[in-house]
Write a protein that binds this ligand. Structure first.
Ligand code: ADP
Ligand code: TRP
Length: 330
């Protein structure tokens, strides 16, 4: 079974990205362990071009994404990690798919409509974004695609395009992928209590320097209940975040302290900060080591791209053959 997913390089990842997506990708990589590299994960730098228009920024974000993923436990022995743009077969496949994609299908896409409503310029890249995503998935005969709720519609578009291509060319060129909605840790709260998101400026980055990390935890919005008063843990973002890091016993202990009174929010935040620092302690060490060995990171990405291309060439050839283009020797 091929598990595949992509993540946009939008900067250093935050706790919402980790608990909502990355942790689960890493959990799913085990499906590849017997057959070295069945799980494919890529950094969607071509998709990021629809929003990032600064070369240095894109390079930096792409590198940060690779470092974060590797530090957090993505294991190149089990999963294949690569940059989307290192596989040109995918962009070629995008064109073939584009010719069977109905405009009306893309016009229905909520993420496109949302971005336009927010004032982003409606360029062709943004409009055809789902076709590139379909190529990302179909190029590797992917079976299972773990994504957040917001990407489910794009998966339906992918299935639709694949079915249409197969139908038009009367062949089974493409495997129809299944979506796998990531378990709804759905809303990791940010420092203001709303969903943590880069667009709300309320994020806590996983690998923030300790001093700044503490400051961010300390800035989490709480109510005005006095130190001595009993507090409701379930109504507090500090506790919601603590639950992500702590085992049952530690959660129960902190909940008890909330209810008993006598503990201020500052103390709860300090407890949370220490827990988070400890939770990512090993990952932090791994990241620092990788930062000192960027050549190794580049080698991992290049080796990943080579593996990905081998598979993508095979699928692209099937597609080229089906529509009457000369198949290339693989
Ligand atoms: P952002 O909202 O910061 O731009 P993205 O949309 O790039 O984040 O999110 C990438 C992945 O991380 C998505 O799969 C999404 O489901 C997950 N994610 C982001 N923020 C959260 C959150 N606050 N809670 C749970 N999951 C999240
Ligand atoms: N569009 C996805 C997102 O913003 C990223 C992505 C690109 C992706 N191609 C993909 C996810 C293919 C899964 C499969 O989150």
């Amino acid at each position: 079974m091929r598990v595949l997913s992509g993540i946009q390089p939008t900067g250093r990842f935050h706790l919402g990205n980790y608990f909502g997506a990355i942790r689960q990708y890493i959990e799913l990589q085990k499906h590849g362990s017997q057959d070295n590299g069945q799980a494919f994960y890529f950094i969607a730098d071509l998709h990021a071009l629809t929003t990032i228009r600064d070369a240095e920024e894109l390079k930096q974000h792409t590198q940060d994404a690779a470092l974060d993923l590797l530090a957090l436990g993505l294991d190149p022995e089990k999963a294949t990690l690569y940059r989307q743009s290192d596989v040109p077969e995918v962009t070629e496949l995008t064109w073939l798919l584009m010719t069977v994609t109905q405009m009306s299908l893309l016009e229905k896409c909520v993420s496109y409509k949302d971005k336009i409503a927010k004032g982003l310029a409606a360029d062709a890249g943004l409009f055809t974004y789902p076709v590139l995503m379909a190529a990302d998935i179909l190029a590797y005969d992917s079976n299972l695609v773990p994504v957040g709720q917001d990407q489910i519609q794009h998966l339906e578009v992918t299935r639709d395009i694949a079915q249409r291509f197969n139908h038009i060319y009367k062949s089974e060129v493409f495997v129809l992928p299944k979506g796998h909605v990531l378990q709804a840790t759905s809303k990791v709260p940010g420092t203001d209590g709303e969903k943590m998101s880069k667009s709300y400026g309320n994020t806590i980055e996983i690998f923030e320097r300790p001093k700044k990390l503490r400051k961010k935890f300390m800035s989490i919005k709480t109510d005005s209940t006095g130190v001595e008063d009993p507090k409701d843990p379930e109504a507090c973002s500090v506790f919601t975040l603590y639950k992500l890091f702590a085992n049952d016993e530690d959660q129960a202990a902190l909940a008890e302290r909330y209810r008993a009174g006598g503990m201020g929010y500052g103390e709860a935040k300090q407890t949370l900060y220490e827990k988070a620092l400890d939770y990512f302690g090993e990952a932090r060490e791994r990241r620092e080591k990788l930062e000192g060995d960027l050549n190794e990171v580049e080698e991992i990405l290049q080796a990943g791209a080579e593996k990905a291309r081998t598979k993508a060439r095979e699928v692209l050839n099937r597609a080229r053959d089906a529509c009457g283009l000369r198949p290339r020797s693989s």
